[in-house]
Design a protein around this ligand. Structure first.
Ligand SMILES: Nc1ncnc2c1ncn2[C@@H]1O[C@H](COP(=O)(O)OP(=O)(O)OP(=O)(O)O)[C@@H](O)[C@H]1O
Ligand SMILES: [Mg+2]
Length: 240
């Protein structure tokens, strides 16, 4: 049996006093790739921000375990050092910090070849620019991916990696993500609306976040097909 990396137990999350996640259970072992679907505002980003430890996403009940130990008391940077990484849906702009400096500060690998990896993601010319300042939507996502690769996490939380990315760059990012996950048998939780990234990143398990809970655990493309046909409501009623 592969090593258990991340376990979410009966998790409840509140933002500004309002519950957005209510009693979620999920687990990721080495090599697992789970796809998370759900309507806008259903709480997908809130769930992964809570896993990463952002303070405004308050865990009011339940537990989050990394390799069997609770990480609830740990700050974001401590969770990152343990091996949790996130690709943000909307990363912040940081004036005065260049992309290169950010990667040098946060890289988890001693021998990370920044020039080579930046080149593969067509990000070389962005290394000297302030982080995300004026980056286009797709450039921001490639910059996020470069930072994730540099951090070398064992569990990666991808929040809509392909949103706003052109078709050629989805292929580029998807191929690089798939290879990155394979390399160390990493685990991933992948949020997507369209599933385009799944043309390149293999994932056989998907679920839908609705009514603050997870529903409909199935092959992700099957779920996406059903949502197109019947809408999200069916996932809640179906409760598979
Ligand atoms: N700081 C905040 N104050 C109040 N409500 C918030 C705050 N942050 C998030 N929310 C609300 O929490 C709900 C869940 O948001 P979340 O970003 O998790 O949704 P999502 O499933 O990721 O949606 P999308 O697919 O649009 O990215 C939304 O209704 C959102 O408006
Ligand atoms: Mg979101």
């Amino acid at each position: 049996m592969k090593e258990m990396l991340l376990e979410i137990k009966d998790l409840h999350v509140q933002i500004a006093g309002r519950e957005v996640v209510s009693g979620i259970n999920l687990s990721l072992r080495q090599g697992d790739r789970m796809v998370l679907l759900g309507q806008n505002g259903s709480g997908k980003t809130s769930l992964i921000m809570a896993i990463m430890g952002f303070p405004s996403y308050e865990v009011t009940e339940g537990d989050i375990l990394f390799k069997g130990k609770s990480i609830l008391g740990l700050a974001i940077d401590q969770r990152a050092k343990l091996g949790l990484g996130i690709l943000f849906q909307r990363p912040p702009t940081v004036r005065g910090i260049k992309l290169r400096q950010m990667i040098e500060m946060t890289s988890g690998k001693k021998n990370f070849d920044l020039e080579k990896e930046a080149g593969r993601l067509a990000m070389t010319e962005f290394l000297g620019r302030d982080l995300n300042l004026g980056f286009s939507g797709g450039e921001m996502k490639r910059s996020e991916l470069l930072q994730v690769i540099a951090q070398d996490p064992q569990v990666v939380l991808f929040d809509e990696p392909e949103s706003g990315v052109d078709l050629e760059n989805i292929a580029l990012m998807g191929t690089i993500i798939d290879e990155f996950l394979k390399k160390k048998d990493r685990a991933a939780l992948i949020i997507t609306h369209t599933g385009y990234i799944l043309d390149y990143v293999k994932a056989d398990l998907g679920c839908v976040l609705a009514d603050k809970r997870l529903h409909c655990v199935q092959e992700p493309r099957k779920i996406i097909g059903d949502i197109r046909k019947y809408g999200y409501d069916k996932c809640v009623k179906c409760r598979k």
